[in-house]
Design a protein around this ligand. Structure first.
Ligand code: FES
Ligand code: FE2
Length: 352
């Protein structure tokens, strides 16, 4: 099968809260079945989801003191090393009685996994979600499955001109202003950044409800792509108050930072992990709840669009498409990923 994703990169496998003590669950990542659990010390671990005895998914078993016990004949595997630690009815454990483990690091409320060459898994390269640790910021990390190729999700996030058309009832705003936003695309050390500034524009209904804006606003969106992750720092102030780079003390701003983890499940489906951090109203649970509901409803609209778009592209493969100016960030991100994937393929061909 032709490669459709990068293996040598850090992906989110799960949010921290999803991986419980004394439990194991299944998640397919880059077409590989993975069992996620915690070891005896509470450290998140990822094992190949296949018992080395006769192949039953280990995720159907149970976790006892950091050992996952297969549901079929009760063999136990160590969550940390993947080695079989017990076979009922015999003292000898064959050398082949072990399953693959994946490098996993828990950081900033996410469990990051490395699906490629374990030798290259450097935890210092894990993207940071700093606001998940910052006092005074609220967020509610969420996971959804999207039946579409992962690159359509990053395309959606890299071109926010869709906001004025798709999210009319929430993030909306004037579609013409979105299309004409001042746009800048730069390379970053790990990816691509798109900066969009809209001055003297209308807020979306969400901003009126959650930010109390009454008149025109200055609005920013700073979007940064790196493989597996897209950050979106966005917000607004009343018009004429300086915008994102000169925010003045005492000027109210509705800033929100969206963390997106986009993890390929298969060539035709993706895990979408998102978390919108915000400071305004963070100390008021009912505000946080309302904020979350509006954002979740907004992303349900994206999910609808992306799945319909993907289905039609599969129905009619190879049909021509065209690019527009606002596609620049998505195009550069795709180029970067294509280059990294082809380098990765080259290395594995040479090693074969
Ligand atoms: S298949 Fe797991 S112990 Fe037999
Ligand atoms: Fe959207």
């Amino acid at each position: 099968m032709e490669a459709y994703c990068l293996k040598n990169t850090w992906y989110i496998a799960a949010w921290t809260d999803e991986v419980l003590e004394n439990a194991v669950f299944a998640r397919t990542i880059c077409d590989e079945p993975v069992a996620l659990m915690r070891d005896a010390n509470g450290v998140a671990r990822a094992l190949e989801d296949r018992c080395a005895h006769r192949g039953l998914p280990l995720s159907q078993g149970q976790v006892i003191n950091g050992q996952v016990r297969c549901r079929y004949h009760g063999a136990e595997f160590d969550g940390c090393t993947g080695k079989c630690s017990r076979i009922p009815g015999q003292a000898t454990i064959p050398a082949a009685a072990k399953v693959r483990t994946y490098p996993v690091v828990e950081q900033d409320r996410a469990v990051w996994i490395w699906m490629g060459d374990p030798e290259r898994a450097d935890p210092s390269g894990i993207p940071r979600f700093e606001l998940h640790r910052e006092p005074g910021w609220a967020c509610r990390p969420t996971h959804q499955l999207i039946r579409a190729d992962h690159q359509l999700i990053s395309d959606n996030l890299m071109d926010l001109t869709h906001v004025g058309f798709v999210h009319v009832g929430t993030l909306g705003g004037d579609p013409e202003h979105h299309a004409n936003a001042n746009l800048k695309v730069d390379r970053t050390p790990h990816g691509v950044r798109v900066t969009r500034i809209m001055q003297d524009t209308v807020p979306g209904p969400f901003h009126v409800r959650q930010g109390g804006f009454k008149g025109r606003v200055d609005r920013w969106q700073i979007i940064e792509y790196r493989p597996g992750v897209v950050y979106i720092d966005s917000g607004m102030t009343d018009a004429g108050q300086g915008g994102p780079f000169e925010l003045r003390d005492g000027v109210f701003n509705l800033r929100k930072v969206l963390y997106n983890g986009i993890t390929p499940e298969t060539a035709h489906s993706s895990h979408y992990f998102w978390s919108m951090a915000h400071q305004v109203g963070a100390d008021r649970p009912e505000y946080v709840e309302g904020f979350f509901r509006e954002v979740a409803a907004t992303f349900a609209e994206d999910l609808d669009i992306i799945e319909a778009q993907y289905q039609r592209r599969r129905d009619l493969p190879g049909r021509p498409t065209f690019d527009r100016v606002s596609d620049a960030g998505g195009i550069q991100s795709r180029r970067l990923l294509a280059r990294l994937m082809s380098e990765e393929q080259e290395v594995s061909r040479n090693a074969a």
